[in-house]
Design a protein around this ligand. Structure first.
Ligand SMILES: [Zn+2]
Length: 96
């Protein structure tokens, strides 16, 4: 089964493979660093740009992400998260 295939009429949530979620080709797992469509309001000192790197710290019916720049935590429903995620910047499983 091509799990990354988009399913028409689906609200976004397709299913889980252990801790991983698949949505429109974006697969994210706990501790991944993701980029959102809207950056955080805080600014990265080194670059002067708005921070847009969030670590997934909770993955359940609700999702919690933490701004890697200022530590601010945002919680939202999985459905919301699937709408707001842009891409995965760093896979937790690629740390080794
Ligand atoms: Zn921030």
């Amino acid at each position: 089964m091509p799990l990354t295939r988009k399913i028409k009429g689906c609200t976004g949530y397709v299913g889980t493979v252990s801790q991983a979620s698949i949505f429109g080709g974006i697969m994210y797992e706990l501790n991944d660093v993701v980029e959102m469509k809207k950056p955080h309001a805080c600014v990265v000192k080194q670059t002067g740009k708005k921070a847009n790197a969030w670590e997934v710290i909770r993955l359940g019916a609700d999702i919690k992400i933490r701004c890697t720049n200022c530590g601010h935590i945002v919680m939202m429903s999985r459905q919301d998260f699937n709408k707001k995620i842009k891409k995965v910047l760093k896979k937790a499983s690629e740390n080794n």
